[in-house]
Design a protein around this ligand. Sequence first.
Ligand code: ADP
Length: 298
Amino acid sequence: MTTDTPRAACDVCVVGSANLDLVARAARLPGPGETVLGSDFAEHPGGKGLNQAVAAARSGATTAFVGAVGTDHAGDRLCAVAAGEGIDVAALATSPTPTGRALIGVDDHAENSIIVVPGANGTVTADQVTATMPSALVVLVQLEIPVEAVGAALATARSTGARTVLNPAPAARLPADLLALCDVVVPNEHELALVGGVDALLDAGVGAVVVTLGARGVRVVTAHSVTDVRAFPVVPVDTTGAGDSFCGALSARLAAGDDLLDAVRYASAAGALATTVAGAVPSLPRADAVWELLNAAG
Ligand code: ADP
């Protein structure tokens, strides 16, 4: 008699935010009460959840995205972007609340000012996540949706044997019982300080802390080891999306069966490549480009 091992519905399930970024350029940013004439306008898909789902999909993982968008043009646009990347959006809810948006002003010195309106992202509930999340080998979450929904994603993942990855961005102090559900936490240096430091994370039961250090690479800390992984030398033009590229790529490789340090090395190459192209989603590299950089580095 054979026993069927239940198969996961996908490699990586990302539970998180999706925004439409509205970017206006002007010679200088307006002060309070002031109107300035802009020179250029563009709409881009964004939100850490969607960015990281695209990154995972481009690294070859079958990927699902769980979150919420409004019943509006922005929501349609984001669904189309995800579907165009082959991402399963069956569990992407539609909400009467408008799609999340980021209003971004950029001046001639590349200085920016940003207003983020979470909108539908703030309506994702724990019940929705528990009821709709497909099974996955790796579940990846960030903190741009309500923390109860993040907790539900991690708890559901654990109950089905999935590996859990938390990118604690934007950084917030988190309850120890939520951290105890995380196999891997991926903060940058700034976020690490705000979540309480490596020891606090390990003491709470996190399996491994992967600290991203920009051009200085990555430090991987477990209860038993500290390992530094160097950055790949590139000529950066825009570092937007490096962290999202890293997290999505890391999750894809963990789902593919890599051990943590191999997955970190791949993710570091994916993060480096993301800095060489402007924007977030356009900069997220495909697997063939990442392997090329890894092989060239030997
Ligand atoms: P975040 O965007 O979240 O602040 P980082 O800037 O730390 O994240 O970038 C994530 C990862 O991307 C880094 O750990 C590194 O591996 C890679 N990376 C980022 N910037 C560079 C760079 N200038 N050169 C090479 N690799 C980089």
